[in-house]
Every structure is written in C-alpha cells, then in structure tokens.
Write a protein that binds this ligand. Structure first.
Ligand SMILES: Cc1cc2nc3c(=O)[nH]c(=O)nc-3n(C[C@H](O)[C@H](O)[C@H](O)COP(=O)(O)O)c2cc1C
Ligand SMILES: [Mn+2]
Length: 476
C-alpha cells in the first residue's frame, strides 16, 4: 500500500531503523543543517527533530528522508534491500501507466488557513543550511507547482527557494527547467503573473517526482500516481488556480510577477560545492499559507555526496536516461549514475554492434533532459556491470586509450553549478564534456584483444568446477 502522507512514511522509516527521533531542541540556524550533513556523510538514520527553536510547540523538522537507496525502496513500497538496478527498472515499469490525480474535499492541509496579511513564512523553520549561504533556504525538498500558459499542463519541479522576508522568497529555476523555461518564454514576454503553489511535506513519491526530469507536457503528479499505484489525492488552492496534495504538511500559494528580480544565492549545492553566484532571480509573493496541525517541515542539506538529491536524482535521472537510450534502439544492457559522482558521470554498458557506438550513447544521454548536468560519460562493453564501481573503473583504466578513447566536446552546455568551470563560463553555463570509450575497438582482430584474467574467464569449466567443489572441503 502506498503511503497516504509524510507521517506514515516517517513511521515506516522509523520501524526500519532509518529515522532517529530527537527530543532536544534544534536551531534552524546552521545547527539543523550541520546535523543533517553529518548524518548523511556517515550514512546514519534521518534526523527527525521534535522541537525547533523559534517555532510553536509541536512543529517538527525532518531531513535526509531519502538519502539512501533503502529509503527510496521503502518510499516505493518495495523490499528495503532492493538493489538500485531493480529500483530503476521498477521506476521504468511503473511509469508506463501514468495515473491522473483525484480531487477530494477533506484535506488535512487545510486544517489551518492564513490568507493575505495573516500569512507569515516565519511561522515555520526557515533554516540557514550552510555557513555562508546567501540566505535562509525554505525550499530544498518540496514541490513547486505551476501551469503552462497555452494549455492545461501542470508542472511540478523542485527549485531551491530562498527567504527574502515574511511574505516573499526567491526561486532559482534554471532556464532548462520547465518552470524556468515557461516563465522566461511565455509568462514574461506576455507580461503575465505566474501563479505557483509550493508544497512542503508530502508522501515521499510526490516530492521525488518533482525532481524527476520528465518530458515537456508530462505532469509529475501523474508519474507520482503511477509510482504509487494509486492516484494522488488533490485539493484546490485558496487563492491560485492550482491544486495540491491534500495531505501536504505546508502549502504556500503565491505569484511570480513579470520582470521582477531580487538577488538570490549562492547556496551549497548537489555538486558538493558552493560554486554558484549571487544573481537576480524571480520572486514569489505569498498570497496564502495553509498547513496541517503540528506541521512537519522537511528539508535537505545538499553537499558532498550522498544525500537526498544524489539518491533520488541518480535513480530518476538514470532511469530516464536509460529509457532515452532504449527508445533510440541502442543495445544498452545497463546505465547507472554512480552516487559518488552526484550524477555528474554516467556509465553505460552496451553491445558493440557498430564501430564507435560510444559516441551515440554519449550524445543521446547529453541530449536527454538534464543531460547537461551529466558531463562525463563512460561507455563499457556489456560484460561490465555499470552499477559495480570496481568493474567499470577497472574497464576505464584498462580499456580506454588516453588518446583515442577520451573524446572531449569543447564549448559544451553544462550546468551553471558545475564546479570545474571558470567565472566567465559560469555566467553562461558553458564548459566542456567528455566521453570515455572503454569498449574494445571493433576494427581489432579478436586475437589482439587482451583476455580478462578473472576466475570465470581464465580457467576451463572443469577446473572452475573442481575449484568450487574443493572450496567447501577447504572449510571456507
Ligand atoms: C534537492 C534538489 C534541489 C534542486 N534544486 C534545483 C534548483 O534550485 N534549481 C533547478 O533548476 N533545479 C533544481 N533541482 C533539479 C530539478 O528539480 C530537476 O531538474 C527537475 O527535473 C525540475 O523539474 P522540471 O523538469 O519539471 O523542470 C533540484 C533537485 C533536487 C533533488
Ligand atoms: Mn516537468
């Protein structure tokens, strides 16, 4: 059964030993961030703070809710120990049948309704997440819903939100995102106000879907329904023409006015660095806030992998990129975004049915949604498991020729947050990408190909069988 709300999910995580309930008061000014970072870096249970300094009694705070594959497996109602390759295939399988949301009247997110002047963002924890960030980040694990201007498509995305004051905050939605793109190419040129609804604290799948790189025109809420196997229950907003998950903890309704900008950033990011710059970004003005009684504020503390971002994005973006490769008919036997690379590097295993197939693999990944933030591609033969770092790293250093196998794309489009680009490149999201062809060249005669020296390949079958049989005798 899918989870009805964040509370049910936390209860299940707690049962599985993935949540640490903390009674001591936590300070949202740096302390909560530091705790989350330490817990993420050590692979510890997700901290669930029962008391938050400066907030009314009963207001709680959780982070790192999906900072491990185990927690994502639980979120997807699967065996917690499901390996990432199977989570990825299950995502692809469930996605085939999108499920539209249903509308309900009885909505816990309406237990408290503050409209206009009564709405005050400072009622909730507004965490300063890393020392030196440009401000307090209220949106780091949430949904921002918005509408297209020419059709009924509603998009959910996760774009960081920085508090300006009690009724306004900045949004950093890159131009290749759906909200960023629709705002820049439709709303603003036509001088239109864009309505938004920010949702903090949903059952786990909806928020994961907000960060999933779906195609233009596809609604993330339908994917959330598909992954849950049940529709998301929605309720209409009070002041904007949008709907939100009925069991959400906190909902902020607001509007982005055309041509308004205010400095936003920088912020410690998914890349493991604070590499961005303070720049003018659009502003969201609050029109209403609704929330559950004793709301649970959810956040993520991004930084050196791994954390919520790495795990969810490596899964969903990896699955989407694998789908893109399959859709083009490439004989790909696996595709992974290793957690340690924060999705900066993709590994594809492929049957080499034609020469230089690695070039097509790399360009299909780069051409897929958010491919620009996976600048490194490693292409290996199909005997290598891309989810096994020991295997693909060995293939990289042993099969990729430093002159012929490393292919550099100069002046390429990369993420603005890429750590290795210089200040000029950062202004424009420019940089370079590369793919490593770690497959044996098809124009080599088979006799030229070095033989792998592994137990399974270096001995005749009967010797292997005998060795295996002896094993038990030896007492191993
Ligand atoms: C924790 C987290 C924070 C993110 N922050 C941002 C952000 O600030 N700006 C941005 O453009 N994308 C951000 N992303 C990536 C987007 O959520 C992702 O690209 C998603 O596809 C955007 O939705 P869209 O495809 O509907 O535009 C973040 C992802 C995660 C998991
Ligand atoms: Mn989208």
């Amino acid at each position: 059964m899918p989870f009805k709300d964040l509370r049910e999910f936390i209860a299940k995580l707690e049962k599985e030993g993935e949540v640490q309930r903390i009674e001591e008061e936590v300070d949202p000014n740096l302390e909560a961030g530091a705790m989350l970072r330490r817990s993420a870096e050590r692979g510890l249970p997700a901290p669930f703070f029962q008391k938050v300094k400066g907030c009314p009694k009963g207001y709680r705070l959780i982070g790192n809710s999906v900072a491990k594959y185990r927690r994502i497996a639980i979120a997807m109602d699967m065996n917690p120990d499901t390996p990432p390759r199977e989570l990825q295939e299950e995502y692809i399988r469930r996605k085939q049948k999108l499920i539209k949301p249903v509308f309900v009247k009885d909505a816990p997110c309406k237990e408290n309704i503050h409209i206009g002047d009564e709405a005050d963002l400072l009622e909730f924890p507004m965490p300063m997440i890393h020392a030196g960030d440009g401000g307090r980040y209220m949106g780091t694990w949430h949904i921002t819903a918005s509408r297209d201007l020419d059709n009924d498509w509603v998009n959910w995305g996760m774009y960081r939100l920085m508090l300006h004051d009690k009724t306004s905050f900045g949004i950093f939605a890159l131009p290749n995102t759906h909200l960023g793109g629709v705002h820049a190419t439709k709303y603003e040129p036509r001088d239109k106000v864009m309505e938004v609804a920010v949702v903090i604290g949903t059952e786990p799948v909806s928020t994961i879907c907000a960060a999933s790189p779906l195609a233009y025109g596809v609604s993330e809420v339908d994917l959330a329904g598909a992954l849950r196997g049940e529709p998301v229950e929605m309720v209409k907003c009070e002041t904007v023409n949008l709907a939100v998950p009925a069991t959400a903890e906190i909902v902020i309704e607001g509007e982005i006015r055309p041509h308004e900008r205010k400095d936003e950033g920088p912020f410690g990011e998914w890349t493991g660095y604070r590499a961005g710059i303070k720049q003018p970004q659009p502003v969201i003005h609050v029109k209403a806030i609704t929330h559950r009684n004793n709301p649970i504020f959810i956040m993520s503390c991004m930084g050196v992998p791994t954390d919520d971002n790495t795990v969810s994005v490596c899964l969903t973006k990896g699955a989407e990129q694998l789908e893109a490769l399959r859709a083009r008919g490439l004989p790909v036997t696996g595709f992974s975004l290793p957690l340690e690379t924060a999705s900066f590097l993709g590994v594809a295993a492929v049957k080499t049915t034609y020469a230089n197939i690695a070039e097509d693999v790399a360009h299909i990944v780069w051409g897929s949604r958010m491919g620009r933030s996976t600048p490194w591609i490693v292409v290996v033969n199909d005997d290598v498991d891309p989810f096994n770092t020991a295997q693909w790293l060995h293939a990289l250093v042993s099969k990729c020729h430093p002159q012929r196998g490393v292919n550099i794309i100069e002046n390429a489009a990369v993420s603005f947050l890429t750590p290795y680009i210089n200040a000029h490149e950062r202004q424009h999201g420019m940089g370079a990408k590369a793919y490593f062809d770690c497959t044996w060249p098809l124009d080599w005669p088979p006799s030229d190909i070095p033989k792998r020296m592994a137990f399974a390949e270096a001995y005749p079958a009967e010797v292997q069988q005998k060795a295996s049989a002896m094993w038990a005798k030896y007492g191993y």
